[in-house]
Design a protein around this ligand. Structure first.
Ligand SMILES: [Zn+2]
Length: 225
C-alpha cells in the first residue's frame, strides 16, 4: 500500500464511457505527480500517425467496437515501461476486459508490483447519454465544448480560434448505445473481480468535477491533500 502523496501509487479508473474518467484521472495524476495514461489518447495518437496499427484501430473505434486485448495490451505495456511510470500511474480506459486485466496483472507481478486501488466512477446511463451526445471539440486548438453545458458563443464555431467544431464519430448516439452495451458486457465483470480482491472504491460520479474529485480524494488512501 502506498503512503503519503509522492510515495507512488498505482491506480486504475473504471466506469462507463462519459462518466468523467479522463477528467478525474488527470486531476489525480496532477495531485500525485504521476503520468495519466489514457488509452483513448494513446490510440488517438496511433490513429493520427496513420501507421498500420493506427488504421486498424481507427476502423474498430468508428464501428463502436472495442480494440482487441492483445493490440491494446501492446500499446499500454509500451507506455507503462517508460521511466516516468516506474513509481506509479493513473490508468484511464485500461483494463476494459477480463483479458486485459490478466495482461495488466502479469505485467505488474513480473515487476514485483501490484495495483493499489481501482476507482469505479458511477453515473446513471441517461445522464451519460446526454453528456456524450452533446460533446463537441475543436480540431485546430483542442478546445472542448458541450452543446448544453458549455456551448460556444456561436453555435458550431470555436470561441478560441474560429474553427468549425466537430463531434467524435464515437459520440454519435447510436454509437454511444453500442459503447454502453460493450461496457456492460465486457467491463462490468471487472467490477466483481476488483471488489473480490478488496481493491474497489466506488465513487458517485454525478455533480461537478470538483465534487467528484473531492469524493475520490476522501476515499483513496494516498490522495488526501
Ligand atoms: Zn479552436
Amino acid at each position: 500500500m502506498s503512503g503519503a502523496v509522492g510515495a507512488g501509487i498505482r491506480l486504475v479508473l473504471l466506469g462507463a464511457p462519459g462518466v468523467g474518467k479522463g477528467t478525474q484521472a488527470a486531476a489525480i495524476a496532477g495531485r500525485v505527480g504521476l503520468p495519466h495514461i489514457s488509452t483513448g489518447d494513446l490510440l488517438r495518437t496511433a490513429i493520427r500517425e496513420g501507421a498500420p496499427l493506427g488504421r486498424k484501430v481507427a476502423a474498430i473505434v468508428e464501428r463502436g467496437e472495442l480494440v482487441p486485448d492483445a493490440l491494446i495490451g501492446e500499446v499500454v505495456e509500451e507506455r507503462l515501461s517508460r521511466k516516468d511510470a516506474a513509481r506509479g500511474f493513473v490508468l484511464d480506459g485500461f483494463p476494459r476486459t477480463l483479458g486485459q486485466a490478466d495482461l495488466l496483472d502479469r505485467y505488474l507481478s513480473g515487476r514485483g508490483q501490484s495495483l493499489d486501488r481501482v476507482i469505479l466512477i458511477e453515473v446513471p446511463e441517461p445522464v451519460i447519454i446526454e453528456r456524450l451526445a452533446g460533446r463537441r471539440f475543436c480540431d485546430r486548438c483542442g478546445a472542448t465544448y458541450h452543446a448544453r453545458y458549455s456551448p460556444p458563443k456561436v453555435e458550431g464555431i470555436c470561441d478560441r480560434c474560429g474553427a468549425e467544431l466537430r463531434q467524435r464519430p464515437d459520440d454519435v448516439e447510436a454509437v454511444i448505445a453500442e459503447r454502453l452495451k460493450a461496457y456492460r458486457d465486457q467491463t462490468a465483470p471487472l467490477v466483481k473481480r476488483y471488489r473480490d480482491a478488496g481493491l474497489l472504491v466506488p465513487i458517485d460520479g454525478t455533480g461537478r468535477p470538483e465534487e467528484v474529485f473531492g469524493r475520490i480524494a476522501a476515499g483513496v488512501p494516498g490522495l488526501r491533500a
